[in-house]
Design a protein around this ligand. Sequence first.
Ligand SMILES: [Zn+2]
Length: 249
Amino acid sequence: MGLVTISGLVTIIFFPEPLFANKLEHGQFNVYSNEKIDKDIKVILDNALNLIKDSELYDTKYTYDIFLSHNSFFNRIDDKFLGHGPSARTTDNNITIKVEVDIKNNLFLPTFYQKCEGNLTYLIAHEMVHCLQDYKYGKLKFNPFRHPELWKLEGYPEYVSRRAKFLNSGYNLAYEIDRYIDLETKSSDIWIAIDEGGCKAPKYYYKSRLMTEYLMDIKGFSYDKILLDTSSENDIYDEMIKWKNSLKQ
Ligand SMILES: [Zn+2]
């Protein structure tokens, strides 16, 4: 009986498609929802795909299944067995967006830490990179129980999904590092706002992205090389701070 329940649960987690009433197909994406799916999501999906196209993990043949699962039976199961909190989660090629979305305005609406509005394109791009980590390096290396250090797991999806921002002419990594240090010093808990006016996230997301950005854009590392590198998180952070300080001399 226990076995049947567990296999049923595994089936639901890996293949939740039958639990959703509506499906929209678009290029490398299938989107599932119990509510009518706003066709404007196609533009968001195209933009998310564009953000990850330069990533070394990008694969033209990979298909992403996106589940808009707010208020669904699937969400209740997911909350119960995998925990409540994150706005989205990936399992295999499934991207589950657990919170409410506003497709017309390109927003996702978390309520866990505080009510806020986040950029849906960034969220989807971030989760797509998690799918590709699993696809390229395998489930034995990337799963909820076993994965590279947190900064290596989350830094790269953050880096890739915010890539367009870095290419803006006014963007400056040294300024961002100063901004992180300032927010981190002032914050009384682990939650800080990565983007001006944006949702707060645990601070290691921001820190990890900056470290990834430093290694890739300043030192020319690939993501492969970051994963293989044995330097400690503290050593890389300290090196990045030294680099930043050296610019001001
Ligand atoms: Zn993530």
